[in-house]
Design a protein around this ligand. Structure first.
Ligand code: SF4
Length: 271
């Protein structure tokens, strides 16, 4: 049998513990991040197994699981992910008899750092690099932190096109920051934000994190709460665009060394 045919095809959901990733690296497995849209199939196919009114990331996991002929799936279901993933694991185990579904509860406490979150690069590239970093046990290279002009708080969205609206100098917060730090169950880090920069608090529709995202957006002096389902609709995109545009540093009017932000529309804040 060739080396290639022995290579195991492994799906991961969420951030499995580092010990699992280390084992997968040692066995030379091919890893698929099932949280991301990996196959071109209609998400409606998931509706036979999960309600339509359910997190679009986990509906995507079902579509990927049905399509990719995986040997094993490691699905994190503890406080570092969510109960929706726990129930999705039960469903995956029932509908994929050829695949071994293994639940994990990642309580890793070793901080890897978050250089990507504070670096300067297009936000799509930054969050893609963060999601890829979950598949590796290597420490991060140092990257210089940029002066932030905007913040993105939340999980990596199902629809990355949302991220193209943000400037390269956007700092990343929320569960995405916990992902880069390899501590998905880190409430304190997840709740961190920078009140000096206008911040979009994003959550997937039908996720429990919508409550935290909206709460933090209300506490933040320049926060905007947004939730999206399968794709980011025009109205959500227009709202983010307007918010970021209106929150640009107003250097002429505002004195001082730190950039200041003069929001022109309070309507955006509470919608
Ligand atoms: S977005 Fe929310 S509901 Fe969906 S997988 Fe992540 S934590 Fe779970």
């Amino acid at each position: 049998m060739s080396k290639h045919s022995q290579q195991k095809r492994i799906g991961i959901v969420g951030v499995p513990p580092l010990a699992v990733i280390r084992e997968l690296e040692a066995e030379g497995a091919t890893i698929f991040d099932l949280d991301e849209p990996l196959v071109k199939r209609d998400i409606e196919l998931a509706s036979s197994y999960l309600p339509r009114v359910f997190c679009a990331i986990l509906r995507t996991v079902i579509i990927n699981g049905l399509s990719l002929k995986l040997d094993r799936i490691y699905i994190d279901v503890g406080p570092g992910k969510c109960d929706c993933a726990l129930h999705t694991a039960t469903i995956l185990a029932d509908i994929l008899p050829e695949t071994t579904v293994i639940t994990t509860r990642n309580q890793d406490r070793n901080d890897f750092g978050t250089p990507l979150c504070t670096s300067q690069m297009p936000l799509i590239d930054k969050i893609s690099a963060i999601t890829r970093s979950v598949q590796s046990t290597k420490p991060y290279q140092d990257l210089p932190a940029c002066v932030p002009t905007a913040g993105f708080w939340g999980v990596p969205p199902r629809d990355f096109s949302l991220l193209s609206l943000f400037p390269e100098t956007t700092h990343v917060y929320g569960w995405t920051r916990c992902m880069e730090n390899k501590t998905p169950d880190n409430q304190k880090l997840e709740e961190l934000y920078n009140s000096d920069i206008p911040t979009v608090f994003f959550a997937q529709s039908f996720c429990a994190k919508t409550a935290l995202a909206r709460h933090l957006a209300n506490k933040h002096p320049h926060g905007l709460y947004v939730d999206c389902d399968v794709t980011a609709g025009n109205s959500a995109k227009a709202k983010i665009e307007a918010f970021l545009e209106l929150s640009k540093p107003q250097k002429r009017e505002c004195k001082g060394s730190k950039p200041e932000f003069c929001l022109l529309s309070s309507d955006l804040l509470n919608s």
